[in-house]
Design a protein around this ligand. Sequence first.
Ligand SMILES: *C/C=C(C)/C=C/C=C(C)/C=C/C1=C(C)CCCC1(C)C
Length: 255
Amino acid sequence: MNNKTSLFGIIAATAVFLFAVPALAADKFLSQGDFVGVTFWIVSIGMWASTIFFFYEGMRVSAKWRTSMVVAGLITFIAAVHYMYMRDFWVATGESPVVYRYIDWILTVPLQMVEFFLILVAAGAAVSGGAFWRLLVGTIVMIVGGYIGETNSSMVLLGFIIGMIGWAVIIWEIFRGEASQAAATKESVASAFNAMRLIVLVGWAIYPLGYVFGLMMGSVDADTLNWVYNLADFVNKILFGLIIWNAAAKDSATA
Ligand SMILES: *C/C=C(C)/C=C/C=C(C)/C=C/C1=C(C)CCCC1(C)C
């Protein structure tokens, strides 16, 4: 067995183990009528499958793209673990798994920002550490703001404002700032960069909308909020990784 096959085996076995153990230990099982629970389940298995795919494909692309692929796999891996807990929490309580979601976000969303930086580096674009820090700090401010509002009923508006400022910093950086200018100079990443920043603008808008309608206006129930968030995560994490994979695979084939 060579290194690649054994690594692949380890990843697959870990995934199966992590997936099976909580399910076997569960004292409440998914019921047929639980539509939201089914979406939790589908997204959790989707995250596992994409993790294996990204890690495996990461071994095939050229060396400079490997870090981007590994990070794409780590994002879906972290989400996969959280989704299993969120799924069980939902099945057992029928309530929003807020803490798990935010822990997932505080880990995965900064990693997604790192991806913007990594693909620019892989493409050989000139981009400074400043862009990296602006993206990273923007995401942390965004998620921490949201968590403060989500967990303190007197700070719902304040948390929203802080969160929106963080998101605005990210959007500025990838549409107008240094990162966007660097991307424009490299043909091999320009289209991936473009698609990824559309995800950040459009796909991500679902979360603040959920916050406004669910938390501030109370016009969306936990059911709707959770299946919409689940769908959003599916697109924003898996599609996001697939865009990176597509750029990496294309560039590796022509290199
Ligand atoms: C994989 C998970 C992702 C991409 C999560 C993204 C989350 C956001 C873009 C959250 C944004 C928020 C605001 C812009 C303001 C209010 C609070 C948040 C945290 C819901």
